[in-house]
Design a binder for this molecule. Structure first.
Ligand code: C2O
Ligand code: CU
Length: 473
């Protein structure tokens, strides 16, 4: 567990070395005529930042995260995925409203890509913002071994900043030798909070500092790529402004207590003005688990004179993405009742067409259900069939003792109420974090034809049954 104020303490007892700043992300443009090659391979990576042996990982293009793929909004994205892994895989473009055949869900939208084979993904991202890509085959293991990368869709006229920075947040379960712990898909992880790690990383590295310059304005794109961990970053001494969530612009706001909360799979775009003085240091703590807060890293101001004398104007709204209009008065309600897990009330559920009691389910590695139905990945039967173009009210009810970041593929949905209380601001999202016992109403237009997955982004929950198929036809 990450259970100490100091990041040093959970560094597995290896000696401390000097401060090393974060590796820059290698960024590539995928909008050109020949496709970008994205290959997934076993490799070694210095997760422990020189304070331990290198770790055997699986990575896209040999770095963690994989290359930051960038295209302009409306341009073509073409990526040829090459599978150099010892397992089948696919690439899912998390948050994209794309053609179903490009969605990367094995057996539902495409055949899994066999070892040594490749698959060409091409589509035109309609929405600007911060997204990411990851495999959708055995995701718990494949994402847990390091397969993920940022996908940035650039606005035609991005807001002016001094620096744009991407922080991909993750945690890893490493043993004393710095090797990835083999305990994937354990029933304990699946039935509790998912696979939590003991080493937190920023862009694949257990970094302890991030260098900044006094007076600079940074656009910080945060991506939570962890299997299960939520992050709640506290920027002490700074006032971050949220300008987008899960890719989609929000009317700029300061998060409560300067605390930016991201469930697994979620993203946030922040504008952060570096208002400290040259030479100062500020902690960025993560207290998502309030009883286990720890120092995520330090913002370290270099000695250079401030970049400007007076503060900049407050950030303005990003241009809206071209989302379909919801017809609230015509909305049909879809109930999504989540049950199961440790300390839950679920006694039985249907799996493979049979009602099974919880012991039997656990014997099959299943412990969660949606509407009493445990997801069977070998079946493509939809739970819901929606008429194309209709407005739907997705009503999530979390009847479990655990939070769940619920993710819908191929669409964006709007959060309307939480426990009956109207949402404070308009938020469009692809992943909504549900607290235990919470009910959240959302609206979306089912305008994208195909079979789409709806699942918990705690990858161990997904694997243990918390998923269903939504057909738009
Ligand atoms: Cu980011 Cu179905 O996943
Ligand atoms: Cu979950």
């Amino acid at each position: 567990m990450i259970d100490n104020r100091s990041r040093r303490a959970f560094l597995l007892g290896v000696g401390a070395s000097g401060l090393i700043s974060v590796l820059p992300i290698h960024s590539v443009t995928a909008g050109k005529r020949s496709p970008l090659i994205l290959s997934a391979n076993p490799t070694k990576f210095d997760i422990l930042n020189g304070e331990g042996p290198k770790t055997d990982v699986w990575a896209y293009g040999s770095t963690i995260p994989g290359p930051e793929i960038r295209v302009r909004q409306g341009d073509f994205l073409r990526v040829n995925f090459e599978n150099g892994l010892p397992q089948e895989s696919t690439v899912h473009w998390h948050g994209m409203r794309l053609p179903n055949a490009m969605d990367g869900v094995p057996n539902l939208t495409q055949k899994p890509v066999k070892p040594g084979e490749s698959f060409l993904y091409e589509f035109r991202p309609p929405d600007a913002g911060t997204y990411w890509y990851h495999p959708h085959v055995k995701s718990s293991e494949q994402v847990g071994r390091g397969l993920y990368g940022p996908l940035i869709i650039e606005e035609p006229a991005p807001p002016l900043v001094d620096r744009e920075v991407t922080w991909v947040l993750d945690d890893w379960r490493l043993d004393e030798l710095g090797a990835i712990h083999d305990s994937f898909s354990s029933m304990h992880d699946m039935s509790h909070a998912g696979r939590l790690g003991n080493v937190a990383t920023l862009n694949g590295v257990n970094s302890d500092k991030f260098s900044v310059r006094a007076g600079e304005r940074i656009r910080l794109r945060l991506i939570n790529s962890a299997n299960a961990r939520g992050f709640a970053l506290n920027f002490a001494g700074h006032e971050p402004t949220v300008i987008a969530l899960d890719g989609h612009p929000v009317s700029p706001f300061s998060p409560a207590n300067g605390r930016v909360v991201l469930g697994a799979g979620q993203r946030a775009d922040l504008i952060v003005d570096m208002s400290g003085k040259p030479g100062e240091t500020f902690a960025v703590d993560d207290d998502y688990f309030s009883r286990q807060p720890y120092r995520f890293l330090d913002l370290v101001y270099d000695s250079a004179a401030p970049l400007r004398d007076s503060p900049l104007n407050a950030p303005v709204n990003l241009p809206a993405n071209p989302l379909p209009k919801v017809m609230t008065d015509q909305a049909e309600t879809l109930d999504i009742r989540i049950s199961g897990g440790a300390m839950g009330q679920m006694r039985s559920a249907r799996f493979k067409g049979e009602e099974m009691d919880i012991r039997e389910l656990v014997g099959q590695g299943k412990v969660w259900a949606i509407n009493g139905e445990v997801f069977d990945p070998s079946s493509t039967e939809p739970m819901f069939t929606l008429r194309k173009g209709t407005t739907q009210r997705l009503r999530f009810s979390n009847d479990t003792a655990w939070p769940h970041p619920m993710h819908l593929h191929g669409h964006a949905f709007k959060i309307v109420t939480r426990n009956g209380v109207k949402a404070e601001r308009e938020i469009w999202t692809d992943t909504v974090l549900l607290a235990p016992d919470e009910q959240v109403d959302t609206l979306f237009v089912a305008d994208n034809p195909g079979d789409w997955l709806l699942h918990c982004h705690i990858l161990e929950h997904h694997e243990a049954g918390m998923a269903s198929v939504v057909r738009v036809a």
